[in-house]
Ligand binder design. Structure first.
Ligand code: FES
Length: 633
């Protein structure tokens, strides 16, 4: 039997996900991360041929051009340009190396990336740049927090930042001095001393002019190119990844001349969502996820000019007052609410699949799909399933929203639009997950579509047998199992065989959707043809239990309480932990487990890795039960 939870009863936000948009973005990124295509793109070689070729090519170009400049056969301006481009190119392995996306062997990863960084930041090892770069990933777009943000704010900021890069970074680091571990501070101190010595030596040497022409000016050119390609044209200013994980980073429109020079960063959004995909697979990552990610409106721009207005999400939900015109119990624990405008202006029309925010109490906002014929004005309808064990939103809705009650709602938004398609549309709902499909069914009336609703009994489905009154009743098929459980074959029959252009849309409890997706994959449906809208928690809603971790290298034991993650506990004790998403999607916080049972809550590990049981994602996964988890730290 499928778990009958009211997935449309709002979002169960993890502590740090600050909006439904962020939660929805990470949920989508997580479900894509678990697909075989993305898993394959994350599989790293030991010796990365494309990266080694790039690095050797850049070093060879730099060395040859420098030699030519000294010998006099390379024109100085041309040599400066070649060296600037070589420094720009060699930055890419350093950039990948911060995410350990160069080689699956950490030592090889760090050696290659440290070597590649020497042209840009002489004397610095990758661990130093990792501190800055992971901070950029965690706080993308945040004023004063994101170390790269000044380069995105304005053109003048970009130039200033490019010229005084090292000074800005040192200032940024020192302002946060107390938050770094002693080991990090020691590494940064040593790297800074080496770099300062390098500058001092060549300035004092008799070859200062040669060094200026061969290295320093090209290094500034390289830094400016890097900032342009990796920051300025990638992040719309002021759009924070914390609130808009998919909209805070762009995708560049194809350009056959400049595209190859970007070394994969024309799909920089893929790098921000999945930073452990190496540069030479980023475009493949975009191709594998494009159909799904486009539905979350990532900003798309060209190589020149500014951002379009559509790159800036409307960060304010315009709220309006509506009156509850009627309520009706339409299934077991499910109530239909009809809203009418409380002002002379009519309620706006909405698209098929749209939802609204409803402010049920101060600080309690939930999302519900709009039910009915899209494109009509006048009244809005939502259905809410009362969840005794929920977070209180549905109980508040059932208790508070009586006929005549005034309530605040947001404008309709659509994260689940119908996709233009020449083929068949198959709508598959688990219980109350049918609500967005009613407006979709109206919109699809003239097309080839079917609506399948899976539930325990008709009494568990909004409208139940009354669905037969809908004009599209002939297209609806109700599947009831009386609590015995559905066979995969029944789901496969509902899906039918895949033909090019077909689409299936899923809505329901997370477990239900995962199962339908698995059946669809087995039946030959490509991932891009399966469209999901899931307002339910990204993580399993299994209750948490406290557990203990042991840090093998020091023998220290720490308790992880309910509501805390391992990362929270480690950071509370001033251990440095590399993190980016803190949602179990990016893979940055992966750690080896020496013993103990793990409750995996991430989208990163493959089934085989889970089976082995010796890796954990520290930001979301937990120790199973009350047992002890020994970490290789
Ligand atoms: S920080 Fe991204 S998976 Fe843990």
């Amino acid at each position: 039997m499928f778990q009958q939870t009211a997935v449309l009863d709002g979002h169960e936000l993890p502590e740090r996900a600050c909006s439904d948009q962020a939660q929805g973005d990470w949920a989508m990124a997580g479900s894509l991360r678990a697909t075989p295509e993305l898993q394959a793109l994350h599989a790293l070689p030991l010796w990365p041929l494309p990266t080694l070729c790039l690095l050797l090519g850049c070093f060879a170009a730099f060395g040859l051009s420098a030699y030519g400049m000294v010998e006099g056969w390379m024109p100085i301006p041309l040599g400066i340009i070649i060296n600037g481009l070589a420094i720009y190119g060699a930055f890419t392995p350093l950039h990948d190396g911060t995410h350990r996306a160069v080689s699956r062997n950490r030592f090889i990863n760090d050696v290659i990336s440290t070597a590649s960084g020497q042209l840009l930041l002489p004397g610095c090892e990758v661990a130093i740049y990792r501190i800055l770069h992971l901070a950029h990933h965690k706080t993308t777009g945040e004023h004063h927090e994101d170390p790269d943000e000044p380069a995105t704010r304005s053109l003048s900021g970009f130039w200033l930042y490019g010229i005084f890069l090292e000074f800005y970074w040192v200032h940024w680091y020192l302002k946060r001095f107390s938050q770094w571990s002693a080991a990090q501070n020691a590494r940064v101190f040593l790297g800074s001393c080496l770099m300062a010595s390098w500058y001092a030596i060549w300035i004092a040497s008799p070859w200062a002019l040669e060094c200026l022409l061969i290295w320093w000016i090209p290094q500034r050119i390289g830094a400016v190119l890097i900032l342009y390609a990796f920051a300025y044209i990638q992040h719309p200013p002021g759009v924070e990844q914390r609130a808009y994980p998919i909209r805070a980073t762009g995708i560049l429109r194809p350009n056959k001349w400049l595209g190859p020079l970007m070394l994969g960063q024309n799909a920089h959004l893929i790098h921000h969502l999945y930073p452990q995909i190496p540069w030479y697979r980023l475009e493949a990552g975009w191709r594998a996820t494009e159909a799904q990610l486009l539905r979350r409106a990532p900003p798309i721009r060209g190589y020149w000019g500014g951002w379009g207005q559509d790159a800036f999400p409307n960060t304010e939900t315009p709220w309006r007052w509506v009156r509850v015109a009627a309520t009706e119990d339409i299934a077991q624990d499910i109530r239909l609410f009809t809203f009418e405008s409380a002002s002379p202006s009519p309620l706006p029309i909405y698209e098929a699949g749209a939802h609204i925010d409803v402010r049920l109490e101060p600080g309690v906002v939930r999302q519900y799909s709009l039910i009915g014929r899209p494109g009509t004005t006048g009244r809005w309808q939502i259905a809410v399933k009362r969840e005794a064990g929920g977070r209180g939103g549905s109980i508040a809705a059932h208790a508070r929203l009586q006929q005549g009650t005034l309530v605040e709602v947001g404008n309709p938004r659509n994260n689940f639009p119908l996709q233009a398609s020449a083929g068949r549309h198959v709508l598959i709902a688990g219980g109350i997950g049918v609500t967005p499909f009613i407006s979709m069914a109206y919109a699809l009336a003239a097309k080839d579509f079917a609506l399948h609703v899976f539930a325990r009994t008709p009494a568990h489905v909004p409208f139940g047998q009354a669905m037969q009154r809908f004009p599209f009743a002939a297209r609806i098929q109700l599947h009831c199992d009386d609590g015995k459980g559905f066979e995969n074959s029944e789901i496969a029959d509902a899906l039918g065989p895949y033909r090019a252009g077909d689409r299936t849309y899923l809505c329901g409890p997370a477990g239900f959707m995962e199962r339908v997706e698995a059946v669809a994959a087995t039946a030959g449906w490509p991932a891009g043809a399966v469209v999901t809208e899931n307002f339910s928690p990204l993580r399993p809603s299994r209750p948490e239990a406290p557990f203990t971790i042991e840090l093998a290298r020091s023998g220290r034991r720490l308790r992880v309480e309910v509501g805390q993650s391992i990362v929270d506990v480690l950071e509370g004790e001033r251990f440095s932990v590399d993190t980016v998403c803190r949602q179990g999607v990016c893979g940055t916080c992966r750690c080896r487990v020496l013993s103990g049972e793990i409750e995996h809550r991430d989208s990163v590990l493959t089934a085989a890795e889970r089976e082995e049981g010796n890796q954990i994602l520290l930001c979301v996964s937990r120790g199973a039960g009350n047992g002890l988890l020994v970490l290789d730290r």
